[in-house]
Write a protein that binds this ligand. Sequence first.
Ligand SMILES: Nc1ncnc2c1ncn2[C@@H]1O[C@H](COP(=O)(O)OP(=O)(O)O)[C@@H](O)[C@H]1O
Ligand SMILES: [Mg+2]
Length: 345
Amino acid sequence: MATSEVANESEVNSPDQPEVIIETRNLTKVYRDFWGRPKVRALKALDMEVRRGEIFGLLGPNGSGKSTTIKLLLGLLFPTSGHAYTFGVDATDVAKNERIGYLPEESYLYKFLNAEETLDFYGRLFDMSAQQRQDRIDELIEMVDLEWAKRRQLKEYSKGMTRRIGLAQALINDPELILLDEPTTGLDPIGTREMKDLIIKLREQGKTVLMCSHLLADVQDVCDRIAILHQGELKELGRVDNLLSVQDVTQVQASGLSAEAEAEIRGVIEKHNGELITMDHPTTTLEDLFLDIVRDSAARPGKRIHKEETAAPETETSEAEAPEAEASEAEAPEAEVTESDSTND
Ligand SMILES: Nc1ncnc2c1ncn2[C@@H]1O[C@H](COP(=O)(O)OP(=O)(O)O)[C@@H](O)[C@H]1O
Ligand SMILES: [Mg+2]
């Protein structure tokens, strides 16, 4: 066994266990006041690991220590005790940050630069040739879908667009590890979905992502594993599917069943001494419903006719002739409809 606290390469590189990219051991941060007296215990003895290729979510309410953890990993803060390692190197060694991309919680981008200029500015901080920068900028702008707005100053950008250019900035050096601090906060449902899709794309490219959020819904369908922090303490850690599945409940969904067939199924459950908890029609999440409506209205402008409404003969014609205001909203200019932020702000 290695004597070091950090697992060495040969230990962690077994075929079924990808390499450890982030490791924290007993990581603790106490913020001190002006006189150096302990003020806030922001992080208490955090132990966790993130492996290559996973999307790891740090979840917790405001003030639970998520941003503190990310800053410790970047070496922007020094731990009070314990250690953080990224790529097996102590996090306080900032040279390793060349392999890391970081999207901070607050935007810090220059408002008077456009998207291309912004990325070029950050590209220059890394040792990239003009040609490399141009290729990378084109690739990133396309990835975050800002082709149409790349010459606009960032002060004209909506929150969602700003977040996406922030992500592109974080990726300029083609980092292996990406730290995202609240990537979806303040975004509308479409902006959130687009950001989540971008994060999933990063996993497809083999990147390792650590993201933090106080919104469960934002991490649950993106993250492979999550850690839940509360008041600086780790409360839960595991695979999202395991944490969310209720082990002793079996869910069955079927369509086209007659009432007799349903009764028969109830009988089968009883026969096997099971207890029927629910048998009804599933509900969708509000997020899915909203996204459905928006996608649907882009394809078919006009008022969305609900199934029950079409059943009533008199309402059918009047519903089809949608009032001006609603129709025009659905027929917003191309770029605005596809742009996530047209409903934002
Ligand atoms: N620079 C600082 N000085 C003093 N206290 C801080 C500082 N930064 C954060 N804190 C405190 O540390 C705790 C954790 O903060 P933070 O890591 O930002 O939480 P989160 O990102 O989960 O919202 C909070 O109580 C916060 O008020
Ligand atoms: Mg934070």
